[in-house]
Design a protein around this ligand. Structure first.
Ligand code: TPP
Length: 581
């Protein structure tokens, strides 16, 4: 009813009369202090008039940096990449235009169980309860549209439009993100961040999240049932799934392998979570596109322990895995199912794996049997020096670049399959977004990961189609002085889609990618670009990237033939296609 008129209760009305606290006893500083406390030292943002004051208060906090991104989608992907390296990430955007732009990245973070704190500058407190129409909305006087969208991709939503409960709302949102390991949404009215309030007048006491506990009775019963089952097995095997990370059970998985002596594989999305240099490691289990012999070993085992698996149409290669539930122990973050029997609930994966490692007899024959299977390292046929470069040669060279001081980011596309075959040295990071598979993710994620883990040199493998989605934020990598190496694999199209179902829509417009990155560089920051078409040029480029240009962002465009795909993609594509039709 106040449409077009100044509010009768201006923003000063929300300031408590009795409190004239210090300038950092504010909501904005409280949020900033909380972020720093939980390990966030960088927020990825795009400013807008609803979040400007909030940003002022965030950057006033020592230990918190603002990383301005080119768009919200990339800011969200960057927070995702940051959370992968550090355990938590944060982003700040503006009401609705920013919020709806970042939502795809937040959905991706949800799918990967990453705690990302997504903060949105929201409407002025005085606008709530009126029927005013605000800019940046679709023109209705309903302020809940953005909130309703975020409900489906976050585990908690806080709309902070009162100072009285702001402290509680912010704390509850952040602690929920950490407890559930999922993104949360916090909307903060644009007129609140700078107003002092007594609730913010002390340094917040750090969160101490109460540890989750297993139900002892259930744990013992699950271990007993599993032990009885596994002691009957002759050829047991363990398979690591991606939920090992959220269950914080990577070490417990390896301890179990050490104790019981079983061989172990990884599901594709768990690559990087368990050491590939371990003597019991037998490769990636991905059905028909597994590491040589790995599928045969897993599928012919008489018992398999899947720890944290995520079975979907992609990881099951179009539902073609030859597994039997009666042979499986399925261990999820808080439950265990033995041989398709009743579930043991309230049993934490970490506790279960550790308890099991104390009970299981050592079965060395299982591992020794598999160890006898000798699989020579596949060496691609030698290229002639000036012959067009082949993808398998490219990845042979990338293999030689990786170490414990690097991290590989693999974009959706044929890079999934090519990077999956890399043998990761101890400590080498590895990230990809297999459940959600949103192309373009890797540009933002590379930015965020490199910002979070400056000690590692990030090597990103990105297809041309994916790069076209989010290329702008190479700009932010340059501003942040990252020394990332990007391999832009130019095969002229959406090749993974070609292998699922082809049509003219899978051909993309070729860009001058090095020219584009040079234009983004524009003389500011350290950037080196080159284009390679044969092995000799690639060798020279890599030598330069790891030598003379080691402190530089290096962008290497690799031209390959449009039909040069991995054999795994061909096999996987045809099976996924069959499942789709
Ligand atoms: N839009 C989004 C946001 N995500 C998607 N996964 C898709 C569309 C469908 N899609 C999956 S992979 C892909 C597309 C369009 C093509 C990737 O092409 P490119 O990056 O060039 O890699 P290549 O397959 O050629 O290795």
């Amino acid at each position: 009813n106040n449409v077009g008129f100044a509010p009768q209760n201006g923003s000063s009305a929300i300031q408590p009369a009795s409190f004239s606290g210090s300038s950092d006893a504010t909501l904005g500083r409280h949020l900033a202090r909380r972020l720093v406390q939980i390990g966030v030292n960088d927020v990825f943002s795009v400013p807008g008039d609803f979040n400007l004051t909030l940003l002022d208060h965030l950057i006033a906090e020592p230990g918190l940096k603002n990383i301005g991104c080119c768009n919200e989608l990339n800011a969200g992907y960057a927070a995702d990449g940051y959370a992968r390296a550090r355990g938590v990430g944060a982003c700040v955007v503006t009401f609705t235009v920013g919020g709806l732009s970042i939502i795809n990245a937040i959905a991706g973070a949800y799918s990967e169980s990453l705690p990302v704190i997504c903060v949105v500058g929201g409407p002025n407190t005085n606008d709530y309860g009126t029927n005013r129409i605000l800019h940046h909305t679709i023109g209705l006087s309903d302020f809940t549209q953005e909130l309703r969208c975020f409900r489906t991709v976050t585990c908690y939503q806080a709309v902070v439009n009162h100072l009285e409960d702001a402290h509680e709302q912010i704390d509850r949102a952040i602690s929920t993100a950490l407890k559930e390991s999922k993104p949360v949404y916090i909307s903060i009215s644009c007129n609140l961040p700078g107003i002092p309030h007594p609730t913010f007048s002390r340094e917040p006491i750090p969160f101490v999240l109460s540890p989750k506990l297993s139900n002892k009775v259930g744990l013992d019963a699950a271990v007993e049932a599993t032990t009885a089952f596994l002691h009957k097995a002759v050829k047991p095997v363990m398979i690591a799934g991606r939920k090992l990370r959220v269950a914080q059970a990577c070490d417990a998985f390896v301890e179990l392998a050490d104790a019981c002596g079983y061989p172990f594989a990884v599901m594709p999305s768990a690559k990087g979570l368990v050491p590939e240099t371990h003597a019991h490691f037998i490769g990636t289990y991905w059905g028909a596109v597994s590491t040589t012999f790995c599928a045969e070993i897993v599928e012919s085992a008489d018992a398999y322990i899947f720890a944290g698996p995520n079975f979907n149409d992609y990881s099951s290669v179009g539902y073609s895995l030859l597994l039997k539930k009666e042979k499986a122990i399925i261990v999820q973050p808080d439950r265990v199912v033995v041989a398709n029997g009743p579930a043991f609930g309230c049993v934490l994966m970490k506790d279960f794996l550790r308890a099991l490692s104390k009970k299981l007899n050592r079965n060395t024959t299982a591992y020794e049997n598999y160890h006898r299977i000798y699989v020579p390292n596949g060496m691609p046929l030698k290229c002639e020096p000036d012959e067009p470069l082949r993808v398998n040669i490219l990845f042979q060279h990338i293999q030689n670049m990786i170490s414990g001081n690097t991290a590989v980011i693999a974009e959706t596309g044929d890079s999934w399959f090519n990077c999956q075959k890399l043998k990761l040295p101890e400590g080498c990071g590895y990230e990809f977004q297999m459940q959600y598979g949103s192309i373009g993710w890797s540009v933002g994620a590379t930015l965020g990961y490199a910002q979070s883990a400056p000690e590692k040199r990030v090597i990103a493998c990105i297809g041309d189609g994916s790069f076209q989605m989010t290329a702008q934020d190479v700009s932010t990598m340059l501003r942040c002085e990252h020394k990332t190496i990007i391999f832009l694999i130019n095969n002229g199209g959406y090749t993974i889609e070609v292998e699922i179902h082809d049509g003219p829509y899978n051909v993309i417009k070729n860009w001058n990618y090095t020219g584009l990155v040079d234009a983004i560089h524009n003389g500011e920051g350290n950037c080196w670009t080159t284009k390679v078409q044969c092995e000799n040029e690639l060798i020279q480029a890599i030598e330069k990237a790891v030598g003379e240009k080691k402190d530089c962002l290096c962008f290497i465009e690799v031209i390959v033939h449009k039909d040069d795909t991995s054999k795994e993609l061909l096999e996987w594509g045809s099976r996924v296609s069959a499942a789709n039709s």
